[in-house]
Design a protein around this ligand. Structure first.
Ligand code: URA
Length: 214
């Protein structure tokens, strides 16, 4: 996979990530769950596969299904803005994907079975990109990746050691769109604190001041 944008990012590793090249082909052929029947496109990723930060969301919505790219609708724009507010460029510094790669009808939450069916594809992405830091955007990502149901309000902003990586759950950008206040203590304000903490951890890991979890 050719990535022009990796040049100049502090938070991208120079070595090529493991081969993601045939992931689209394999996902296009995937019929592991019922979501395949309703999709226009499989939505795999955007951003930099060499990035040291991965953002994992829930699943594609209408615009993602139409374009084949994750987080390109309003929630995605907010995600990009919030990352930019801590000087993280979503094209260079981040690899963005979802727990499920096909759009659930009516934007419903993916079922546990659908998340399980899609797990091998996410596992390939995580192994290939090998990010030391992962953001789980919303309760579904928290459930799909860490297997924790509920608790996003309690667990957001906390680091979870997982498979040798630091994982941080944060509120989903769609939730933040519904809660636009930026006042101290609001969901947006809390998410901004969380992203600043992510930035600090990336800096510390890049400088060698922090290590992956043992
Ligand atoms: N919400 C998500 O969780 N993922 C997307 O790709 C878009 C919206």
């Amino acid at each position: 996979m050719v990535v022009d944008s990796q040049q100049g990012s502090l938070f991208a590793v120079p070595e090529p990530a493991a081969d993601l090249a045939n992931l689209r082909e394999r996902c296009d052929a995937c019929r592991r769950c019922g979501l395949a029947a309703g999709r226009q496109q499989v939505v795999i990723s955007r951003g930099n596969p060499h990035a040291r930060l991965m953002v994992i969301g829930e699943g594609p919505g209408a615009q993602e299904d139409a374009t084949g790219l994750p987080f390109v609708g309003r929630a995605g724009q907010l995600l990009d803005q919030m990352l930019a507010s801590v000087s993280l460029d979503s094209n260079q510094d981040v690899y963005i994907c979802n727990v499920v790669k096909c759009r659930p009808p009516d934007n419903r939450k993916p079922t546990p079975e659908e998340m399980r069916a899609c797990e091998p594809w996410l596992a390939i992405q995580i192994e290939a990109v090998d990010p030391p830091v992962v953001i789980l955007a919303g309760a579904t990502a928290l459930e799909g990746v860490l297997g924790i149901r509920g608790g996003i309000t309690r667990l957001r902003g906390q680091w979870h050691p997982w498979q040798g990586r630091w994982v941080m759950p944060v509120f989903h950008p769609s939730y933040l769109l519904r809660n636009p206040s930026r006042q101290k203590g609001s969901p947006r304000w809390l998410t901004w604190q969380d992203l600043q903490e992510v930035r600090r951890r990336l800096e510390a890991m890049t400088s060698g001041a922090a290590a992956p979890p043992g």
